[in-house]
Design a protein around this ligand. Sequence first.
Ligand code: PLP
Length: 400
Amino acid sequence: MKKTNDPSTRIFDLLQFGEYGDVNPSITDSATYTFMQAITMSETFAGQQEGCYLYSRHWNPTNKYLADALAALEGTESAWVTASGMAAITCAILQLVKSGDHIVCAMTIYGGTFAFLYNYIKKFNIDVTFVDIRKLDDVSKAIRPNTKIIYTESMTNPLLQISDIPELAKIANEHGIKLMVDNTFTPMMISPARHGAHIVVHSMTKFINGKNDCVAGAICGDKEFIDALCDVNNGTAMLLGPSLEPLRSSSILKNLHTLHIRMKQHSKNAMYLAGKFKEYGAKIIYPGLPEHKGHEVMKKIMNPEFGFGAMIAIDMGTAARASRLMEAMELEGVGYLAVSLGYFKTLFSNSGKSTSSEVPEEIQREMGLSEGLIRFSVGLDNDIDRSWEKIKHCLDTMEN
Ligand code: PLP
C-alpha cells in the first residue's frame, strides 16, 4: 500500500481487533502475566522477547494498541502512553539529561512545563535557557557544548506562537541534540516528526481524548528511544512508573478515531470566531489570520485540511475586564470558565491567572502575556454564529 502523509489515514489503516474478532481491541485487565516457560520470562525481562508482556507498568497490550495508534498519528516508529501529559513531558526530558546538562526551551510554554524546567529540574543540576523560539539566531546562540535538548510546543501556550519545526530540527541536528515538541494544541494539523522533530509529546487530556473525562499523555519517537524509556534498569518511564490505566487507554483509542473530524470542526469554528472578533475590533490572536506573525510558518508546516486549530486568544487589557467578560459568557451559555482545552464545548480562562500563573509576572510581561488575555478553546458548536451572537451580546453589555 502507498505510504501516506495523512495522519488520519495512517490511524484508519491500522488493523487492531480483539481476542474474539471484536472490532475494538480487547482490554487487558491484568497487572501481571504468566509464562509457560521460565526462560521466556527471563528473556522478556532482558528485552529479548517481542510480543510478550511481563508487568503492566512496563507494557500492557491495551496500552500498546493506543501507543501504536499514536505512533501512526505522529508518523514515528514507536510510542508509549502515560498517566498524564506532564508525565510524558517529564519522563521524556529526564531520559535525555543528566546532572550538568543544559536545555534550550521556548519561553512561552504551558505553565506546568515551565515550572518543571524553571524550578524543579534545578535540583538535578540541570540548567535551562529560555528563548523566544521564533528567533532562530537566539536559539542557536543559546546552545552550549552540554546542551541536550531544544524544547518547544508546535503552537505555544498561551500566546499561540508557531515553532518553525524544520528550522529548529536543522539547528538540533547541527549540534547532534534532540528537538522535542509538545504537539498538544495541534494534533493532525501539524506532524512535528515529519519536519524533523525527534520526540513528540502530548497531553492526551486535550484534543486526542476530547471528552475531558481523564488525564493522559503520550511520548512518540523512534524505537530506540521508546525502548530506552521502558528499559527495566534505566528507563525513566519504567522506573518512575506513570503508566496509563488500560481501561482508559481503551476509551481514548476509540476517541482518537474521531479526532480528524473534530479537529476540522474546531478549526472551522475558531476561524469564524477569530474573524468576528477582528471585525468587532477586539485584540485577537489566531494563527489563521494573515496578520498573525506565525501565519506563514504555520502554512508551511501544516496539514491544511485540518485548519489552523481551535485555540484563539483575545486581550481584554486588564484582568478585571477579562473576568467580567468570562463570567458573562458563562452565564450566557457560550461555554465554561475552565482551564484545559480540546473539549466539545468552548472553554475559556485568563491564562496569566490560571494555566500560566506558574510563570513569574515579570516573565509574563517579558514574553508579551497581557494580564487581560483570555484563551479560548473553541468547541464543536453546530451553530457557531449563534455562539458569536452570545459573545457579542456579552461584549456589548459589558461596562468598561
Ligand atoms: N502540554 C500542554 C500544551 C498543556 O496545555 C498541558 C496542560 O494544560 C500539558 C502539556 C499537561 O498535560 P496534563 O494536564 O495532561 O498533565
